[in-house]
Write a protein that binds this ligand. Structure first.
Ligand code: OGA
Ligand code: MN
Length: 275
């Protein structure tokens, strides 16, 4: 197994391994690479839907996404899909998957199934590097703070997606979500400090209104966006990416109008987060 960093502070390409066979020491080495680099990319994978599900169980369990359409034959697999005649994509802004859950998913395993001829890249940003780069004053301002996360404004019947042409494809419009997490968490396995707020689902700080929270929240989101902490993946047939939702944000670039893109996602179960 060979590891090649994708960028100085985010992402690693892993070669010489087939995920469908990975277990034991190989799986441990893959886990460690993902915890450290935030996202790992695997090329030329022979990875059927059954392999995808088996890998999720070998990793430690699957959280089924409550909103995305599911694969009819394999309901543990969520479809991250945009048809050629649709304009809104899933995940087209910086976010972290499932931070609105009390026990957020550890990560996601995304498999390219049908790609546009060009475009449709995905970017990640490392939140350990984002935290490290914060000015000392900002670090002390957020010491001990907690934030509230929810998906309601995104997926509810009057939410962001319902106002787009992706709305008709999504489920769970009547669900209610909400969770509080520390603004700075320690990575459960490595202990590294990570900035744990995101523009998709973090709405206010605990003990402060939305209005009171917005200035500090936006300063944090801006600082994390400007940090030198991103990497970018150009998908090819056979590419699989596995990312750590505690360590990274990601963003699906929507630049392939007129073409179809379909990805299969399994969401890996996680653990409660602590400062
Ligand atoms: C996701 C997501 C990114 C992409 O599956 O959670 O945001 O590039 N997808 O499709
Ligand atoms: Mn996502």
């Amino acid at each position: 197994m060979k590891l090649t960093p994708m960028a100085p502070k985010c992402g690693v390409e892993v070669s010489g391994v087939q995920l469908a066979d990975a277990q034991g020491d190989t799986l441990d080495a893959i886990r460690h690479a993902i915890y450290e680099h935030g996202v790992a990319v695997f090329r030329d994978q022979d990875f059927s839907p059954e392999d995808h599900i088996n890998f999720g169980h070998r990793w430690g369990g699957i959280d089924v996404n409550q909103y995305f359409p599911l694969n009819a034959d394999f309901p543990e697999i969520a479809l991250v899909r945009k048809e050629a005649d649709e304009s809104t994509n899933i995940g087209g802004a910086w976010h972290t998957d499932h931070s609105y859950d009390q026990i957020p998913a550890m990560g996601s395993v995304l498999v390219a199934r049908d790609l546009p001829p060009t475009g449709g890249d995905t970017e990640w940003a490392h939140m350990g590097a984002a935290y490290d780069a914060l000015p000392e004053g900002l670090k002390s301002e957020i010491e001990g703070l907690e934030a509230f996360h929810t998906a309601d404004h995104v997926y509810k019947a009057d939410g962001l997606y319902a106002q787009t042409d992706m709305g008709k494809n999504l489920r769970g419009q009547d669900l209610q979500t909400g969770a509080t997490h520390p603004v700075v968490i320690r990575h459960p396995q490595t202990g590294r400090k990570l900035l744990y707020v995101n523009g998709g689902f973090t709405v206010h700080f605990v003990g402060r209104t939305r209005e009171e929270s917005v200035p500090l929240l936006y300063r944090l989101l801006d600082a994390a966006r400007k940090a030198d902490n991103t990497c970018r993946l150009q998908w090819k047939p056979g590419t699989v990416a596995i990312w750590d939702n505690r360590t990274t944000w990601h963003n699906a670039i929507n630049d392939y109008a007129g073409h179809r893109r379909e990805m299969h996602r399994i969401t890996l179960s996680g653990e409660a987060l602590a400062a």
